[in-house]
Ligand binder design. Structure first.
Ligand code: T46
Length: 135
């Protein structure tokens, strides 16, 4: 099973430019409750290093690039996001890290729920214990 699940968005492009439409339960596989974005990134500063108990998300790099690592507690896979037409689906119970941000990166994240710090697991050993309890 691959840990990297990307979604290709249809681009409605013409001589004026491109347009992508995002719709819940259509090209996004959940009800959308929140959208946030990350910008002013630095190439030597990584982010993430957590999993979510329940949250599902789709991350889209609207500008620039960054590298995501997805880890299910058994294996780790990575992908470079650098297109506004590709989203990375990040399921719950997956450890994620974001590295190698370009300085012009704008990363938009579409989320299935509101911000809730109690949904985060920010300690890798706690994440691994949770995965091993479930299996
Ligand atoms: C994720 C990756 C891809 C809020 O108050 N509201 C929000 O909606 C978010 C996302 C964050 N925050 C607060 C929590 C922290 O005090 O903003 C601060 C920075 O968040 P964090 O350190 O979690 O940011 P990242 O870039 O490490 O992770 C973020 C998301 O938090 C996370 O859900 O999966 O992007």
């Amino acid at each position: 099973m691959t840990l990297i699940r990307t979604i290709e968005f249809e681009a409605l492009s013409d001589e004026r430019g491109g347009l992508v439409s995002i719709e819940q339960n259509n090209n996004i596989p959940f009800d959308i409750k929140r959208v946030y974005y990350i910008f002013d990134t630095q190439s030597n500063v990584s982010r993430g290093f957590h999993s979510h108990k329940n949250l599902q998300q789709v991350a889209i790099c609207m500008k620039g690039s960054c590298r995501f690592v997805i880890d299910d507690g058994v294996s780790r896979e990575e992908v470079i996001l650098n297109k506004p037409t590709v989203g990375l689906y990040i399921d719950n119970n997956k450890w994620r890290e974001m590295h190698d941000f370009s300085e012009d990166c704008i990363l938009v994240v579409i989320a299935s729920d509101f911000y809730d710090e109690s949904d985060y697991i920010r300690d890798y050993s706690v994440f691994l214990k949770g995965i091993n309890c479930d299996s």
